[in-house]
Design a protein around this ligand. Structure first.
Ligand SMILES: Nc1ncnc2c1ncn2[C@@H]1O[C@H](COP(=O)(O)OP(=O)(O)O)[C@@H](O)[C@H]1O
Ligand SMILES: [Mg+2]
Length: 254
């Protein structure tokens, strides 16, 4: 991987919950405008690592980090980081679709409103753009003022993606975004991620190895808090270097 194309660089990054070391001295580069998948058995630290990229773990009071997470070359764990701004640039979509209990429209323009945009024509445009990019516009353009929670599971997840896109993020982090969805909704989201990759850097935690193989450019395999292997997805799945990786991807444990 060419240095410099990496939007994120983790350097000897460790994450502790109290005394428990959940992520162990990880070194990893994340290339811009690619999809990087993080795979590994339950509890191996995937979500912890993902949430470390926009300091979502800050809310856990006993947590502590060592090493660095460079975003455009600057450590996001520096004291002077504007965490609100960081989370705008590095958005997050969770496993369970979590729209706000308000209309489709209000869900999407929540962030822009907080940023101070008040003009209705401008908000309308932002909402439409975000919904188009999230491949949801056609389905909801006549129910913008209905509750976001009245949508189907797959639509709610795309609404959450639209809500993130309205913040114009550079990176979107996805934590098992399709594990609560049916196969058709899952395929829709996978297609959408392929499309979004043209403009946005994507990091996705997935339990589903076929999903990682289908959609990602790079794959990181974690085990017990360690990054065991990282590389091009084709290599990881066809010709892994590490025996543990091979055992995991061939389904011998998980
Ligand atoms: N808030 C927390 N407090 C203490 N331990 C936690 C917390 N969240 C996760 N852990 C522990 O950290 C380890 C990694 O968890 P996690 O990152 O959620 O793994 P994964 O996403 O791979 O399933 C697990 O052993 C888990 O029990
Ligand atoms: Mg997890």
């Amino acid at each position: 991987m060419v240095a410099g194309k990496n939007i994120f660089e983790l350097k000897d990054f460790s994450f502790y919950y109290g005394d428990f070391l959940a992520v162990k001295s990880v070194n990893l580069g994340i290339e811009a405008r690619k999809i990087t998948a993080i795979i590994g058995p339950s509890g191996c630290g995937k979500s912890t690592l993902l949430r470390s990229l926009n300091r979502m773990n800050d809310l856990i009071l006993t947590s502590r980090v060592e090493g660095e997470v460079l975003f455009h070359g600057v450590d996001i764990y520096r004291k002077d980081t504007d965490v609100i701004e960081l989370r705008k640039r590095v958005g997050m979509v969770f496993q369970k679709p979590n729209p706000f209990p308000s209309s489709v429209y209000e869900n999407v323009c929540y962030g822009p409103r907080i940023r101070g945009i008040k003009k209705k024509s401008q908000l309308d445009e932002i909402v439409e753009n975000a919904l188009v990019r999230a491949d949801l516009w056609k389905e909801v353009k006549d129910k913008l003022h209905e509750s976001g929670m009245s949508l189907s599971g797959g639509q709610m997840q795309r609404l959450c993606i639209a809500r993130s896109l309205a913040q114009e993020p550079e990176v979107l982090l996805f934590d098992e975004p399709t594990s609560a969805l049916d196969p058709i909704s899952t395929a829709n989201i996978e297609n959408l991620l392929q499309e979004l990759r043209k403009t946005i850097t994507i990091v996705i935690v997935t339990h589903n190895m076929q999903q990682a193989a289908r959609i990602s450019d790079y794959t990181a395999f974690m085990y017990l808090g360690e990054l065991i292997e990282f590389g091009e997805t084709d290599t990881i799945f066809v010709n892994p270097y590490n025996k543990l990786t091979e055992e995991y991807i061939t389904g011998r444990f998980g």
